[in-house]
Design a protein around this ligand. Sequence first.
Ligand SMILES: NC(=O)c1ccc[n+]([C@@H]2O[C@H](COP(=O)([O-])OP(=O)(O)OC[C@H]3O[C@@H](n4cnc5c(N)ncnc54)[C@H](O)[C@@H]3O)[C@@H](O)[C@H]2O)c1
Length: 416
Amino acid sequence: MNYDIADPSLAEAGARRIAWAGRRMEVLATVRERFRKERPLEGHVVAACLHVTAETANLMLALRDGGAEPVLCASNPLSTQDDVAAALVAEGISVFAIRGEDSDTYYKHIHAALDHAPAVTMDDGADLATILHTERRDLEVIGSTEETTTGVIRLRAMAADGTLRVPVVAVNDSATKHLFDNHFGTGQSSLDGIIRASNILLAGQTVVVVGYGDCGRGVAARADGMGAKVVVVEVDPIRALEAAMTGYQVMTADDAAAVGDVFITVTGNKHVLRRRHFERMKDGVILANAGHFDIEIELDALRQMAVERRLVRDNLEEFELEDGRRILVAAEGRLVNLGAAEGHPADVMDMSFTNQALAAEWLVKNRNDLEPRIYTLPEEIDREVASIKLARLGGGLEQLTDEQRAYLASWQEGTS
Ligand SMILES: NC(=O)c1ccc[n+]([C@@H]2O[C@H](COP(=O)([O-])OP(=O)(O)OC[C@H]3O[C@@H](n4cnc5c(N)ncnc54)[C@H](O)[C@@H]3O)[C@@H](O)[C@H]2O)c1
């Protein structure tokens, strides 16, 4: 085994966090139990480029229970939990990830994971898959999985221009992933990140949410619930209208820039907050990004505009402008929930990572029938994952009667 982590002596603290997260990943536990008996991934290396968190550690252990040899590298330079990385290495799993690593090290770590000649790869943002399709075309893999919206967009673009050479399961497209992880996970953990970075009271603040997709809806709902005045910025008229009818103010970015106290970008797009917006912002505003890459806020422009920069708290940097106004940026404009907090709670990663484990199994099982294109896991898997999670939450699921099933499949019965 080889590895590159910050500090192996942190293993004990990491193991405690992994165990705590594992207690709340009950759907994954049912998969692990079956994996231990059936060993569907026996003998296969799975190279995962995911946020190195306690929840991901539980996925790695599940893959190993399934017979795989998991190898892990980071999917973001700032999201690695060094104690978790140490605990996984103590478990005998190769990990290449150090919190705060520079871009060269980040990509060196992706190559190190790929050096294990994986049969299956997992991504959160498609950085590893991109290397697989550029510098490491020598490697043959059965297939890949993708965790997040931005990664799926990149892989669809690869498929569209004919570059994609492996089958990919878009885990993000499973209902039990994006309707829960993106909405409830990003909603809670992004505010958690902003609060940990700044310790501000959100009640009474004007919180601007840029992007009202699966993640943005969750962020807006949580900010609203905490007493903030929510403003939504959207480019899609349907989503903008949905936000307006939910009761939020909907504005252009220019107008929102002038009124917001806290800004959260969750678009998957670039430069959605840029120089023209910084020029209009009030003194003391806080900017945070929860979208995948650190390009949603145009930090280069802010750096150029600043006459002084200072770190005012861990994960909170202040940019002082020529006119004296101060603009604060949380977690270097990287994913605020992972950079300044601990990422999504295990309760919701339970479903995302159950889908990941089942996607790896599905790829191996169907390896001879797959083409290089983007697949979604079968709907039965989604329904099974949701049913187990609902039961764990103590929810009861109503069943259709035979009469109702027949009625829904018929057309004869109309106005009486
Ligand atoms: N922080 C996390 O842990 C986490 C979790 C899941 C997804 N993500 C990432 O968050 C981002 C959003 O994901 P999603 O699932 O909500 O995507 P989505 O496609 O459902 O929503 C994105 C929204 O942003 C809007 N948008 C695009 N450009 C815009 C602009 N210039 N101004 C205003 N709105 C704009 C789109 O119209 C869309 O409604 C992606 O990068 C995704 O990978 C992060």
